[in-house]
Unconditional design. Sequence first.
Length: 600
Amino acid sequence: MKISRLIINNYRNIENLDIKLENPTVFIGDNNSGKSNILKAVTLPFLSNDIGYNGKNLSWSDINNETKKSYYKYIFDNQEKIIDNTINLEEFTTALPKILVEVILQPESTEHYFVRNLAFDIDGNNDIRYGICYEFFPKNVKDVVTRIQEVFKLQESDNLDLEDLNSFKMNLLPIDLYSHSIRVPKKKSSISYDDLKLFKYTSLVAERDDFSRSADKIGSKSLLKLLQMKLTTNSKMIVEKEYNTFFNTLKKVSAMDNIINWQEKSDIENAKDFFEKISIMPNMPNMNSLLSSVKLGYADDNLSSQGLGHRNLILILVLLNSFIEKNEETALSVVTLEEPEAHLGIGNKRLISSYMNSFTEMTSSVQLLYSTHSTDFINKLDFNSIVLVNNGSALSLSTDLSTEGKNYLSKNPNLDLYNLFFSKKCILVEGLSEELFIRSYIDSQHSLSDIVVISFHKGFTNIIDIWLKLNKNSTNRLGIVRDFDNQPTAKINHEVYNNNNNVHVETTQAYTLEPEIVSTSNNYDVLKAYFNDNFNWEVNSKEELSTKWMNAKADVMLHICKDISNGNLSDLELPKHIKSVIDFLSPVKEKSTVRKEKLK
């Protein structure tokens, strides 16, 4: 079984999200993009009073800020109607912020028993859809209206406007009147505890650096929770029996009876009648306290003496390994993990990434969802498992990237998806020559050091579509440098993306890069002298120089690029198409300015 689809509304920086999930699913994105919020949200439908419960109700700060702004504007626009109690309650209910997290479950053919009470719909293929929905919303909307009326009436004499919100906005959105519900999607009835307990979650957050820092305790809530989950009623009875055995042995070797029952040697009258009833009894702590005292070791030493990276590695491996054994009382265990690469050296990164890639093949009852900033943890042969996250929005490559696009990305094994999708300024080029040439120019200009150049060969349109979806609310910019290659239709299809303010596509007028450089301004004379001095080339025309350069080995381009970077070819001018893209990415010019200059 797995979660096949995740829907999140108005949770923290996520306003509206609807993505497909795989097993495993890896979330990649920049800092503060929303990865952790997604991993937290996906656990909300599985909260119960069972082991690991950490609070079902959320707080005012958990509600999406944009949703709150819309709500505050609505109540101020309708202030009089709220005060005189003529507000449309249905309309107010729609405006009132609601947090919703919905997981759609996809059971195996043998697992329908677990989800029999979670059916809510039939899809286009006549298959039953199953799901669990977490909702955070007031039980009684009228109580919210009454509370707002009280606030407005108390402040009515102050002629409130929208700028006054900062002083009492939490009172205008009374979170104490909110409560949670966990139910079947599209149904009002709550899910029973017996059904909900079949679904478990375990979370390892990024702030786990104190794991097993103490030499006395296990040091991880996640591992403590796992120990508790593994203990059946029969196991707990065995623990209690063994504790009593331990106690009786302790009482025997310590000779405590001789101390307590001192009356046997006393001459005090009636002492025996009173003191013989005093005894030492076992005081077994509750299971949580008992398990908390357990500690992990490594190589006959306390785990606390190991390095930070080693402790993190052990924590992840022990956690994942504990799920391999099938638990018949669990339909699905969701494991969320933030930044598995934290503090790991290259060897341990490869070890844990290899284990994680094969983990889901070992068990079908566990779904692994993790976030990472390391390309070592991305399976580039299976882009279906990747979700890109940016500014609270997310795109699943399984649905948003065509099969052709996935295959194309897979053929670029060294491609850094982070630089491609999350760089502030990125230039995509078709080959190594373009990459080396543009990098060398950027290296010679310190003001351009924040531009990333990626060699991406051909076929940019599908990638640009994904980039635009992901960066629709960001200030990031993308430049494309193409070769004409005698393909006028491809040129038109690519340059149509110039209608977007954050993308700029340019194509050579010549067939490819080298003749474009040679034909620019006075470059022919500069390059003719350069190649004659450094490679003993004797050429008599631009066409001859261009052909000889194109047929030369990559070492020639590398040599000339090093000289450009070192400032030894300062007289060489950039071709117009490359200069146009760099100007577009530079901070001092807007795209409209660049285009005006081109027309001149």
